[in-house]
Design a protein around this ligand. Structure first.
Ligand code: UDP
Length: 354
């Protein structure tokens, strides 16, 4: 069993990973500045696992704060680093914020690892590093294309920083996981995606539209060179994705040779179009998703899906959940959120009438 620092552990993928780590008996320390997540997530985690995680409200950009955190929580064996800004559009408007948040955080952690004897590092990367690939599916050897946004660039640069740092430090090792499109929620509906404001991603937009919170989903383009004209992505269940981190950690803790960086694609190996996702969501949940076709979204790539055979073979990891069950979990979560809102309103009304 290991003691694991999870940065960004109250976020969407982070919280699901904390659950899977705790289920395997690992001790988790979460560091999150709650800039894009909610402290209530910790209660959701406890409802599932029975363990309320250790939590520190710190920005990973704060070197001194992080140093103190390592002093307080001694003997951390590994870091899983999720904490980062992730909205593509925002990164175009605020590039320096993205370079600062995503790169300074990473550099701080890598600098603090030898100071506190931490040897293993798992990094959240993204299939965005492939751009629009010439050949599909993409393997880890598919050439990296120039980034389409400052956000994408931070992922590319971060990967390079990790390679260079680990090659210069004989006792480190690391795994870079390149995620495809994570969707869905924990089957218990105690945790899930919590977009703040208008969602950028497809699935939360679909669930909010089905719930009536948004009038209609805008489908960004039906004139792509794909069978139905809409873009194709590899949608991966978030719990499956969380489990990939647990097996990556296991590999790092057991691996004898240090100074090693490995990269894995984490996807299902299957591409689905925007229309396929909408129609499957409507069918399995028996609910309508009003939608209209609008122009292409700037910067969108036409199609991408993973060759995840490396993760299948070496990590013994494979996406297990069907897209149908994943889309059901997303809807169950949206309904749980509605209940939470109603409960809160009731409490507020009672409080104001007293
Ligand atoms: N998409 C859409 N309407 C939306 C949000 C997304 O049609 O409101 C499409 C988008 O053009 C892309 C796919 O859904 O083809 C997945 O988009 P998302 O932003 O979720 O992920 P990414 O672009 O990072 O792959």
């Amino acid at each position: 069993m290991a003691k694991v620092l999870v940065t960004g552990g109250t976020g969407y993928i982070g919280s699901h990973t904390v659950v899977e780590l705790q289920k395997k008996g690992h001790e988790v320390v979460i560091v999150d500045n709650l800039s894009n997540s909610n402290i209530d997530v910790l209660n959701g985690i406890e409802k599932i696992t029975g363990v309320y995680p250790l939590f520190e409200n710190i920005d990973c950009v704060d070197y001194v704060g992080m140093d103190r955190m390592f002093e307080k929580h001694r003997d951390i064996d590994a870091i899983i680093h999720f904490a980062a800004s992730k909205a593509v559009g925002e990164s175009v408007e605020k590039p320096l914020m993205y370079y600062r948040n995503n790169l300074v955080s990473l550099i701080n952690l890598l600098q603090l690892m030898p100071v506190h004897g931490v040897k293993s590092f798992v990094f959240s990367s993204s299939c965005t590093v492939y751009g629009q690939p010439d050949v599909l599916p993409v393997t880890e050897k598919t050439p990296i294309k120039p980034a389409m946004s400052p956000y994408g660039n931070t992922k590319q640069i971060s990967e390079e920083i990790i390679y260079d740092t680990i090659h210069a430090n004989p006792s480190y090792n690391g795994i870079i996981l390149r995620y495809f499109n994570p969707i869905g929620a924990h089957p218990s509906a105690h945790i899930g995606e919590l977009p703040i404001g208008t969602p950028n991603n497809l699935l939360p937009y679909i669930t909010q539209t089905a719930m009536g919170l948004r009038s209609e989903l805008k489908v960004f383009g039906d004139d792509y060179d794909t069978p139905d004209g809409s873009c194709i992505r590899d949608y991966i269940n978030v719990v499956d994705l969380a489990k990939a981190h647990v097996v990556a950690l296991k590999r790092l803790l057991n691996i004898k040779s240090k100074q090693q960086v490995e990269v894995y694609n984490i996807g299902t190996g299957k591409g689905l179009s925007v229309f396929e996702i909408i129609h499957t969501f409507e069918k399995v949940n028996n609910v309508k998703v009003p939608h209209t076709i609008v122009g292409r979204r700037e910067g969108d790539i036409e199609q991408i899906w993973a060759d995840a055979s490396r993760a299948n073979e070496i990590l013994k990891w494979k996406a297990a959940e069907s897209v149908e069950d994943t889309l059901k979990s997303a809807w169950k979560w949206e309904k749980a959120l509605k209940k939470q809102r109603q409960q809160k309103e009731k409490e507020e009304n009672e409080a104001s009438s007293n």
